[in-house]
Ligand binder design. Structure first.
Ligand code: SF4
Ligand code: SF4
Length: 337
């Protein structure tokens, strides 16, 4: 179902939510960097650029406490962080490449272990996606089967129109509830002209062919050739909407402290460093190979999905110019049907 909201009414909707105590998270300049962050007022929001980091942190923060501990005599008191206390949230201005990654992450966080830290935030969050009208050379959502108008992962999906307002696609019950709550602000579609969608230039990959090649090339000269220059900074994983590895560490003293969950990255040497001293990924190309294998083979083997939405962030940020789209295109070119 479609409806329309003017630019002014959209801001009224968000400001009403904020004053009503709902946490509204949107792309916002934070210390000079555009990040998804809670808004104090809708005017702080920036909707015409892709934030530096992805929207995943609304569900899976960079670092969060899981529990605290305190020792008194021979007793250790543990206090869990309760996901039930997480706030109801509306996540706004999510580009299709970020929104589409959210249901992809659902698969791993609700698999054998149900991660309530992720799942409770997911239940309590309504996602307002927005169509892309601009793309740069690094964008390749269309190459992985998505598009600048993809509604996957969005509860309400906005398409900017020529007068500054938005055509709204209602994509789920949460989206329906949001529109019902602000019903006086939404109007009939009328005669609106959607702005043209962006058109990323990278040609579509044959993801089945790519996976078929990866199935048979765990050992291949490609890995050394493409990944030897990787410096293992982990930036590609940290900006990615789909990467989800984390570490759990205790921080504090013998007497008291916190157990914390923090983002990790397979590009780090320490990621697979065993206590014995052995490291099965002892060279950087093996670590980069894991990045490609996880995204285009292992996740598909396990969940039937690709772990890359083509947002291009890792291409833009890599300090040594490693381009995942170019590597996958090379594999696609080498693979046989
Ligand atoms: S692998 Fe790179 S292009 Fe793909 S979703 Fe992650 S950051 Fe975006
Ligand atoms: S951003 Fe580039 S250099 Fe850093 S870990 Fe990723 S591929 Fe390697």
């Amino acid at each position: 179902m479609q409806t329309y909201i003017s630019h002014h009414n959209f801001h009224t909707l968000l400001d009403t939510l904020i004053t009503g105590g709902i946490r509204v998270v949107a792309p916002r300049l934070t210390a000079g960097t555009l990040l998804y962050a809670p808004l104090g007022e809708s005017g702080d929001m920036v909707l015409d650029q892709l934030p530096r980091r992805s929207a995943k942190e609304a569900f899976f923060p960079v670092c969060e406490d899981i529990l605290s501990y305190e020792k008194g005599g021979q007793q250790v008191r543990l206090t869990d962080v309760e996901p039930a206390t997480f706030p109801v949230t509306v996540l706004v201005g999510v580009r299709p490449c970020d929104a589409a990654a959210i249901p992809v992450l659902d698969a791993v966080f609700s698999w054998d272990y149900k991660d309530e830290f992720f799942l409770e935030r997911r239940r309590k969050t309504t996602v307002i996606g927005i169509a892309c009208t601009t793309a740069d050379d690094a964008c390749f959502c269309t190459a992985v089967g998505l598009s600048p108008a993809e509604t996957k992962g969005s509860d309400l999906f906005l398409t900017p129109v020529a007068d500054g307002g938005y055509l709204c696609d209602i994509c789920s019950e949460k989206g329906e509830a949001l529109v019902a709550d602000g019903s006086s602000l939404f109007t009939e579609l009328g005669n609106v002209t959607p702005l043209p969608f962006a058109s990323p230039a990278v040609p579509a990959f044959d993801l089945k062919k790519v996976k078929g090649w990866l199935d048979g090339h765990f050992e291949d000269p490609l890995w050394d050739g493409t990944a030897l220059r990787c410096v293992g900074c982990g930036a590609c994983a940290f900006v990615c909407p789909a990467c989800h590895c984390f570490d759990i560490v205790d921080e504090g003293t013998e007497k008291s402290g916190k157990r914390r969950k923090s983002w990790d990255a397979c590009g780090f040497w320490k990621f697979t460093h065993h206590a014995s001293g052995h490291n099965p990924r002892d060279k950087q190309p093996k670590r980069y190979r894991n990045r490609i294998m996880h995204k285009f083979k292992y996740y598909d083997d396990k969940f039937g999905q690709t772990l890359c939405t083509g947002c291009g962030r890792c291409v833009r940020i890599c300090p040594v110019g490693i381009d995942i789209a170019a590597i996958v295109a090379e594999i696609d070119g080498m693979a046989v049907e």
